[in-house]
Design a protein around this ligand. Structure first.
Ligand code: NAD
Ligand code: DAU
Length: 362
């Protein structure tokens, strides 16, 4: 009988990573090794249901630790690495870029180095099937004007925030490890995700949790910036599709074709909450909207052209923005303890220290 090789996931306790791990265990037969440092954004609680699952192993560690990476690869001999681990919040990258350069650039380098050394020890089918899948973002392409076409795979890189620059650097490293050393890489550049287990510092979960508590809803600048939204489970299915059938060395743009201004998103959320929490003392929730100081260097518009992944691999999102956002609000209403747990302690102290002027007062 052929042994089923695991996949090594990095950052699997974060928002997208945990959704991916849960989906993988449900839909695939191979085990998952999850390497995560458990920063403020990584929550083992999210994966509590897998605690006794023999197909799931959690490793508490840092992707920047080259020895640990080499040891894990040697011990578990994965068929693929799916690399999510990153510092992911643009506002934090503006206030403190160091951690972004460390994890997103050096961490990716350490993984690539370990992956290449491991790949070189493989033979036959194991070698042929091995993949390094780098999960990246549309922010590497910079910003669009209203009349510009959406980002496609050939759009030149023009990252604007420290976060985007660190992700762009990691994308370039992945490209180089394929081009120079022949590491079998795949890369996906995805637009804004939303859904369950999204840390409430990001727009959608922040607005839901603030609205439920009757706190102001801080909209940056004029609120007319555009993002292209994708339900997180659709991102997970896109990664599984690319991992299974993508062409080595290629990149694929992933998106849901759901361009909305931030103000439209927040207004829609308020309407959903008016409907789903009819007894709320804060109805109509839109009265909580406040326009606050804009994010420095704020990208005006992102939009993804996802035709390549549809044409070549047959992937399409299952959720519309309306169905996905309703599911998301319902999830936050049913899982208030999750939000309370992830926002207590370290996160609260950080937000008070760094955002004191803007968010803690709200
Ligand atoms: P997240 O911040 O919710 O989770 C990041 C995870 O990585 C956490 O579990 C954290 O503990 C872990 N981590 C951080 N530093 C680490 C380190 N040095 N070693 C090991 N683990 C570490 O992020 P997310 O929103 O789930 O994003 C996951 C990936 O997807 C990132 O690479 C991000 O750039 C990319 N992405 C995110 C979006 C989005 O909308 N959220 C869109 C496109 C691409
Ligand atoms: O595009 C993909 C990217 O999407 C990912 O690579 C990032 O990891 C992810 O964090 C996300 O980045 P954004 O900066 O677009 O997401 P954020 O939720 O921080 O903000 C979305 C928009 O909402 C942005 O225009 C800023 C605005 N905003 C955000 C917050 C937190 C507000 O107006 N008010 C807020 O309080």
């Amino acid at each position: 009988m052929t042994e089923i090789k695991p996949i090594l996931v990095t950052g699997g306790a974060g928002f997208i990573g945990s959704n991916f791990v849960l989906d993988w265990i449900e839909t695939e037969s191979s085990p998952v090794i999850n390497l995560d440092k458990l920063t403020y954004a990584g929550n083992p609680l999210t994966l509590a249901s897998l605690e006794n699952n023999p197909r799931y192993t959690f490793v508490h560690g840092d992707i920047c630790d080259g020895e640990l990476v080499a040891d894990l690869l040697e011990r578990h001999r994965p068929q693929a690495i799916v690399h999510f681990a990153a510092e992911s919040h643009v506002d934090r990258s503006i206030l403190g870029p160091e951690a972004f350069l460390k994890t997103n650039i050096d961490g990716t380098f350490q993984l690539l180095r370990g992956a290449l050394a491991f790949y070189r020890t493989l033979e036959g089918e194991e070698k042929e099937n091995f993949r390094f899948h780098h999960v990246s973002t549309d922010e590497v392409f910079g910003t669009l004007k209203t009349e510009d076409p959406a980002f496609h795979e050939e759009t030149p890189y023009a990252p604007n925030s420290p976060y985007a620059a660190s992700k762009a650097a990691s994308d370039h490293l992945v490209r180089a490890w394929h081009h120079t050393y022949g590491l079998p890489t795949l890369m996906t550049n995805c637009s804004n995700n939303y859904g369950p287990y999204h840390f409430p510092e990001k727009l959608i979960p922040l607005m839901i949790t603030h609205a439920l508590e009757g706190k102001p809803l801080p909209v940056y600048g004029d609120g007319l910036q555009v993002r292209d939204w994708l339900y997180v489970k659709d991102h997970c299915s896109a990664i599984r599709t690319v991992l299974a059938n993508g062409t080595v060395g290629e990149t694929y743009n992933i998106g849901g074709c759901n361009q909305r201004t931030n103000l439209e998103v927040v207004t829609f959320l308020c309407e959903l909450l008016d409907e789903l929490v009819p007894k709320s003392a804060f109805r109509p929730h839109r009265q909580l909207i406040r326009f606050v100081t804009d994010r420095p260097g704020h990208d005006r518009r992102y939009a993804i052209d996802a035709r390549k992944v549809e044409r070549e691999l047959g992937w399409k999102p299952a959720e519309s923005f309306e169905t996905g956002l309703r599911k998301t609000v319902e999830w936050y209403l049913a899982n208030k303890t999750w939000t309370e747990n992830v926002t207590s302690g370290v996160y609260k102290q950080w937000i008070e220290k760094n955002y004191g002027f803007r968010k803690a007062e709200l």
